[in-house]
Design a binder for this molecule. Structure first.
Ligand code: SF4
Ligand code: SF4
Length: 394
């Protein structure tokens, strides 16, 4: 219940359907988890029946499959291939359209920014950290991305405390979960200790308003203890761990580590890891025209460190080898991101591990580099790996 300064309630699982109805009645398009093509993805949902009720995901390096649970949990899974990035920084976006006018000139029409409020339902703590990272990149600097700003400004966030870590999750190592701490309007904890119930807590005034429409009973100490115990259990069952201490310096000291050659033997440069990563933000822009040349459009699409074109400058490709492209990805994500944005670029969601077709695991790569670090080993630093033709910046 809502009291002065205290904003929580305990409701039954059916009230999640009411929550969706209330948000829709308030004008929000609700985007939440749903099952499609054998995975849990984030898409528009219109009722609780579209949630992945009774499903969980089983994940490992290069492996993902859905399995039936023995209960009717609404949020009993980890994270799937989608992140909220899809809805804030769309994979493909038209930026402008140019049309010839009758006088030999042309008109430029900038794409209007999206209007309309959106509610995200089921946002995990690691994902809130990922959104905060993208906010720093796309809103925080001198240049604000107008489309991202329009989408981000309207989002009502219903977060979920994570009780079911995936086999590739390592948010505890990255200090980004599994408990939700900030950045939400409402946060829910799904309790499954015999009585299936949801503890709802509001984090903002508009969260309080929505909570008041849902009813329910006041939360008791036993409800909070059950929710805390579930989230503590998730922390204890994390699928992966990594030593995240001083990763920036570790990677800077090991730019010629033999492990880069070893991982390049396995990496396909497919770019899956960057597409599923909720913090990767690189895009490319291309102009396309119709056959008459009367109309041209400028489109922005997600881009990847693993694409050869992405490092193309006049005269050639700066990162011509798979080795240099993988190293660029890992050293930026876990190292130089600190210099640019003040935090790691990784939130430990595990997606890049799960969705790598050959099962390359960032936690394993970082552990291998640390185990045989070149720091203090001048032989390794001087010797470096065998050269590779065309690999300019190794
Ligand atoms: S690098 Fe991998 S684990 Fe880290 S945030 Fe990106 S997808 Fe998730
Ligand atoms: S690490 Fe895996 S997902 Fe990433 S580019 Fe290489 S093969 Fe593809």
């Amino acid at each position: 219940m809502t009291h002065a300064g205290v904003t929580d309630a305990v409701v039954g699982p059916a009230t999640v359907g009411t929550l969706i109805d209330v948000l829709r009645a308030r004008g929000y398009q609700v985007v939440g988890p749903t099952v499609r093509d054998g995975a849990i993805v984030y898409d528009e949902i219109r009722g609780a029946g579209e949630l992945p009720v009774g499903w969980t995901d089983v994940q490992d390096a290069g492996r993902y499959r859905l399995e039936r649970r023995r209960d009717a949990a609404l949020f009993g899974y980890a994270v799937g291939p989608h992140s909220w990035k899809q809805h804030l920084l769309p994979p493909r976006l038209r930026l402008l359209t140019t049309r010839r006018d009758g006088d030999g000139g042309f008109e430029v029409e900038e794409e209007p920014v999206p209007r309309g409020a959106v509610a995200f339902l089921g946002v995990r703590s690691c994902e809130l950290h990922a959104i905060a990272i993208q906010d720093r990149v796309l809103l925080g600097g001198r240049h604000t991305d107008r489309d991202y700003a329009a989408r981000r400004g309207e989002v009502f966030v219903v977060a979920v405390n994570c009780h079911e870590p995936g086999g590739t999750c390592f948010c505890v190592s990255m200090n980004t979960g599994p408990a939700v701490r900030e950045g939400y309007d409402l946060v829910l904890s799904e309790i499954l200790d015999g009585e299936h119930r949801i503890l709802l807590e509001a984090g903002t005034p508009r969260g309080v308003e929505v909570l008041e429409e849902l009813g329910g009973r006041a939360a008791e100490a036993s409800d909070r203890a059950a929710a805390r115990s579930a989230v503590d259990g998730a922390a204890d069952r994390m699928g992966r761990t990594v030593d995240a201490a001083d990763l920036r310096d570790l990677l800077a000291d090991n730019l010629e580590h033999p492990r880069w050659d070893e991982v390049a033997q396995r990496c396909l440069s497919c770019g899956n890891c960057t597409m599923v990563c909720p913090t990767c933000y690189c895009t490319s822009v291309e102009d396309v025209s119709d056959l008459t040349g009367g109309t041209a459009e400028r489109w922005r699409s997600w881009e990847s460190c693993f694409s050869l074109d992405h490092s193309h400058t006049h005269g050639g490709d700066v990162r011509a080898s798979g080795r240099s492209r993988y190293r660029q990805w890992l050293t930026h994500k876990f190292g130089t991101w600190h210099d640019q944005f003040g935090t790691s670029g990784c939130v430990g969601c595990g997606r890049c591990v799960t969705w790598c077709p050959v099962g390359i695991d960032v936690t394993e790569e970082l552990t291998a580099i640390r185990a045989n670090s070149a720091a203090g080993d001048p032989e390794t630093l001087i010797r470096g790996p065998a050269g590779e033709a065309g690999d300019d910046i190794r």
